[in-house]
Design a protein around this ligand. Structure first.
Ligand code: MOS
Length: 716
């Protein structure tokens, strides 16, 4: 028996294509007769368009047209009204991208501004309830908090974050009659086909989306944005293929972001640290025209044992473009408050923060009323504390120094829902001995190509090189959004089933075929390895899949399978967990915070590829460092313009900010979640990170900075 490929730290199968520049991203597609589109936007956050002077642009020799009539498609906003700064009002079409860009600069948009609000803290701003996240409660938290011996009751503020994937949003749109093909940047194929179809007024099957490579997305491509629809409109109006690539600035203004949030988190406990009450009140910024919801409160509702708990979620409608999911959506924000509150409570109790968490480990999910499928949070903390050297931490803030630097240790827990949705895949054996496996999923960076190849190759008993996993085409069997950490759990399950079923079809074909060496053997007495089926107790007796196809005269044999998560969510509370540790150095005179090292331990179920998983986890740590210390999108509330919509002024972590990061995964499997036993890990790896850093800053300085990012002025 050869060693399974799943569990091995294999290199990316598409790695060579990427490092040699051969991989084609959306904007790399060039089609005969193609023209270029550039969007022109409003210069007010709210108001009306009085006029658009296109004459100068149209006078440019290589500008072909300026489109200002958007009425033939359905946009999320009313194009006659301006609802956010830089809302698209015109599309300039050029024979070259330079001409289109120059033409766009020549378009004169005259707007009348009306009163707008873009600041969640502006006077008179009203946070509104919503129907989809109703208020939640159990017990009597107000009384329990009042009577608690020790309490933490603080307010937390996190500024807006933008995804800033390296690949800019881009679309190449081509019509043939009323059929649209887009080479696009997406995190969903069947989902996005429907969004295109609805907006353009055509049947779903008339939309084909191709997206073999994504240069990072982090949630920013989970829906079809206006620029994608406008590229399609332009292509239809021009009768020619159109390429549209957003600028970095436009990405901030027309694609979503992690919304600005305001939270109150209160915990009350007795002297032994047993939590009696948790209150979590949150509000997030929203666009007036498109409601966006994410759950900030789910985490505090279940993470620790608390007989009395209530939460409220509010939306703050503003004159801004809509927010959208960004890695760990809602959860990383809510967990920031909860995990800082736990640290604050531990400090007030004079208790080690890991011990406080251990004492409040819940026996079941009190919100859902369900047992945990698996929950190894305590083990994550134990393993992490060991590896990190937590015992060297002083409970007293400011006790450890290194010259002018004050050293702080901090920790935080993490959790993220193990989401799964229906997914389908087809596995097809070809006459040349290769296997194609197809599913309408994507690979925005986690390594879908590689991990799915491992799963399929194991099920079929063939080497990696025999399997080609194909994704990024809406014609393939449907799979869910490539987000929510659910691709491996959902699509992986479908691939596993399709490949298993194909192997079984070959075995069953062989054992009833008098021409096969396996003729007459019971199916459970046949094994597969190295591309060959053989009698388990007589390995010399066997044949390859290719032999079967050749003898039968078949060109291919395939198996398509649909996987569904079933009702596991009604029986179990399914989450991935983690414990994050950070060491920071705070300069006593300058107030600067440097990360010295971080270590995280995750309970994410079975790990298909430890190398890819480690890479995901490091990415989560880096993203969390950005959120904690650097990232913040600033609006000029006088006109609603984003002031730092570029990678020079919007700060993200660079190498100097991320010295020694490491992560490990507990050996585990969660068979309630899916047949592979995976829990999903893309989001859990960011969840505890900002809180661990903020808690380390407290341990260094004694200052509880509750607002992110933690900038110098907050520590001086
Ligand atoms: Mo993730 S925020 O679901 O891409």
């Amino acid at each position: 028996m050869t060693q399974p490929l799943t569990g091995q730290p294999l290199a990316r199968v598409e790695g060579r294509l990427k490092v040699t520049g051969v991989a084609t991203y959306a904007a790399d597609n060039n089609i005969d007769n193609m023209v270029y589109a550039v969007l022109v936007g409003s210069n007010v956050a709210r108001g009306t368009v009085d006029g658009i002077d296109t004459s100068a642009a149209e006078g440019h020799p290589d500008v072909l047209r300026v489109i200002t009539d958007f009425s033939r498609i359905t946009l999320p906003f009313d194009p006659r009204q301006i609802a956010s700064f830089d809302q698209p009002v015109a599309i300039v079409i050029g024979a070259t991208s330079e001409a289109a860009r120059h033409g766009a600069s020549l378009v004169e948009v005259r707007c009348t501004a009306t009163d707008h609000v873009t600041d969640v803290s502006a006077p008179g701003v009203i946070a509104e309830p919503n129907t989809r996240t109703p208020d939640y409660g159990r017990g009597n938290p107000e009384d329990a908090l009042r009577s608690a011996a020790v309490a933490s009751d603080l307010r937390y503020a996190i500024e807006r974050n933008n995804h800033n994937a390296i690949e800019l949003p881009a679309t190449v749109a081509q019509w043939e009659g009323d059929r649209l093909t887009v080479w696009d940047k997406v995190q969903g194929l069947p989902t996005h086909q429907k969004m295109y179809a609805d907006a353009l007024g055509i049947p779903i099957e008339n939309v084909r989306i191709l997206c073999p490579f994504v240069g990072g997305a982090f949630g920013s491509a989970l829906k079809v944005w206006p620029h994608q629809l406008l590229a399609s409109l332009a292509a239809r109006e021009m009768g020619r293929p159109v390429k549209l690539v957003l600028t970095r600035e436009q990405t901030y203004e027309t694609v979503g972001y992690r919304p600005t949030s305001r939270q109150r988190l209160a915990i009350g406990a007795d002297r032994s640290g047993t939590i009696g009450a948790i209150i979590h009140e949150v509000s997030i910024e929203n666009s007036r025209y498109a409601q966006y919801l994410e759950s900030l409160t789910d985490y505090a509702q279940f993470m620790y044992s608390a007989p009395n708990m209530r939460s409220t979620s509010r939306l703050i409608p503003l004159d801004v473009n809509p927010p959208c999911p960004m890695r760990g959506p809602g959860t990383v924000t809510g967990a920031y408050a909860m995990e800082c509150a736990m640290d604050d409570l531990a400090h007030r109790l004079g208790m080690d923060p890991i011990e406080l968490r251990r004492r409040n480990e819940p026996a079941s999910n009190q919100e859902e009323g369900l047992p945990f499928s698996t929950r190894r949070l305590t083990e994550c903390f134990e393993r992490g504390a060991d590896a990190f050297g937590w015992s060297r931490r002083s409970q007293r803030p400011g006790a450890t120094r290194d010259g002018d630097q004050i050293i702080g240790f901090g920790t935080a827990a993490a959790a993220y829902h193990t989401l799964r949705q229906d997914a389908a895949a087809v596995a097809r054996a070809n006459a040349d001995g290769t296997i194609d496996v197809e599913s309408a999923t994507l690979d925005m960076g986690p390594g879908t190509y590689t991990s799915m190849t491992q799963v399929a190759a194991d099920a079929l008993g063939v080497p990696m090189r025999s399997v080609r996993f194909k994704l990024g085409d809406s014609n393939f069997p449907p799979s869910p959004l490539h987000g929510g950490s659910m691709t491996m759990a959902s699509v992986g399950s479908a691939v596993h089933m399709a490949a298993n079923m194909l192997r079984d079809r070959f075995i069953r074909t062989a054992i009833v075929d008098p021409g096969s060496p396996l003729s007459g053997i019971a199916p459970d007495q046949v094994s597969v390895a190295d591309g060959r089926m053989y009698a388990t107790n007589e390995p010399s007796r066997g044949e390859t899949y290719r032999d079967v196809l050749r003898r039968r005269g078949w060109r291919t044999l395939d198996s398509r399978q649909d996987w569904s998560p079933g009702n596991a969510d009604e029986r179990f509370s399914l989450y991935a967990y983690g414990a994050v540790f950070a060491e920071v150095a705070v300069d006593e005179l300058l107030g600067t915070v440097r990360i010295r090292r971080m270590h995280a331990v995750y309970d994410a179920g079975r790990i298909i590829n430890p190398r890819l998983a480690h890479s995901q986890a490091i990415g989560g740590l880096v993203g969390g460092i950005g959120m904690a210390l650097l990232e913040s999108t600033h609006l000029d509330h006088r006109d609603g313009r984003i002031m730092n919509a570029n990678l020079a002024d919007y700060l993200v972590p660079v190498h100097a900010d991320i010295p020694a990061l490491d992560a490990e995964f507990l050996p585990a499997e969660d068979m309630a979640a899916n047949p592979l036993g995976v829990k999903g890990l893309a989001e859990v790896v960011i969840v505890g990170v900002p809180a661990a850093i903020a808690n380390a800053v407290f341990n260094a300085t004694g200052k509880r900075v509750t607002d992110l990012p933690i900038t110098v002025e907050k520590l001086l």
